[in-house]
Design a protein around this ligand. Structure first.
Ligand SMILES: C[S@@+](CC[C@H](N)C(=O)[O-])C[C@H]1O[C@@H](n2cnc3c(N)ncnc32)[C@H](O)[C@@H]1O
Length: 253
């Protein structure tokens, strides 16, 4: 089992619905600085190296994105079929935008553990946890690919939530495999991400700013290992840079 937290002893398949771009989305533009350093290295076991762009915009990340993804976060939490007392692994947790939807479903008897590489994003996540007074939500600094068995033991979570991670992880298949190991047999996983086979201008901007690759078929790692796999489109607009999808499936018992 994972050590307890120290503070404790949708839309129809295939449909795409347009929505008005939220205020503040203009933050994407000034942040698309051509001087951003390259992506974090992708090979071999390594010490966690946060992606510089997330350090740069962690303080403003919530302003454009909290509202943009709110309904998708609710859909993801719903699709996870959460119960009171469940232990949920949320990776990457970023600034903790998904915590509300997860916490209200697992109750005070459950746990939410978030992993992220970025100290800046985690600072915001911890501020969110403190402001809500949650004692059962723990954002931890870790590379989801290289996190150790001591930090993340096998089969220690009831639910796995991967929201806007698979398009960003430098090694998505291996990273997903590592996280999947932490899910117990019979546990459930939900992946939400953006996909565009041929990204337009906004998709390319999202790729650049978020160090993402929205061309990835980010559901395939789950599809390959889950039983009862399903994928459906969520309501999305041009601002997302592609089609938002929700994929779900269970780990064979
Ligand atoms: C687009 S943000 C998504 C954050 C959050 N899931 C959300 O929906 O707001 C991508 C996050 O992935 C994190 N990240 C990228 N690679 C990672 C890795 N190997 N391990 C943990 N976090 C990682 C970044 O630091 C960043 O916070």
């Amino acid at each position: 089992m994972v050590p307890p937290h120290p503070a404790r002893a949708a839309s129809a398949p295939g449909s795409v619905v347009s929505s008005t771009p939220p205020p503040g989305i203009g933050f994407w533009i000034p942040l698309a600085s051509p001087t951003l350093p390259p992506r974090a290295p992708t090979r071999g076991r390594r010490a966690p190296i946060p992606m510089p762009s997330y350090e740069a915009f962690s303080r403003v990340y919530d302003l454009p994105l909290e509202r943009l993804y709110r309904s998708a976060r609710r859909a993801a939490a719903e699709a996870l079929e959460l119960r009171e007392g469940h232990r949920v692994l949320d990776v990457p947790c970023g600034t903790g935008q998904s915590f509300d939807a997860l916490v209200e479903r697992v109750g005070s008897g459950g746990d939410v553990v978030g992993l992220d590489l970025s100290p800046g994003m985690l600072r915001e996540a911890r501020a969110r946890v403190a402001s809500r007074g949650w004692r059962h939500v723990e954002p931890r600094e870790a590379d989801a690919l290289t996190v150790t068995d001591e930090e993340l033991p096998g089969a220690s979570f009831d639910r796995l939530h991967v929201f806007l991670g698979m398009s960003v992880f430098p090694e998505p298949a291996a990273t997903f495999a590592r996280l999947w190991r932490a899910l117990r047999p019979g546990g459930r996983c939900v992946v939400v991400d953006v996909h565009a086979a041929r990204p337009g201008v906004q998709g390319r901007l999202v790729n650049f700013v978020a160090r993402a690759d929205v061309r990835r078929r980010s559901w395939e790692a789950l599809e390959a290992v889950a039983c009862g796999f399903e994928r459906r489109a969520l309501s999305s607009s041009w601002v997302h840079g592609g089609e938002l999808f929700l994929a779900s499936g269970d780990k064979p018992a």
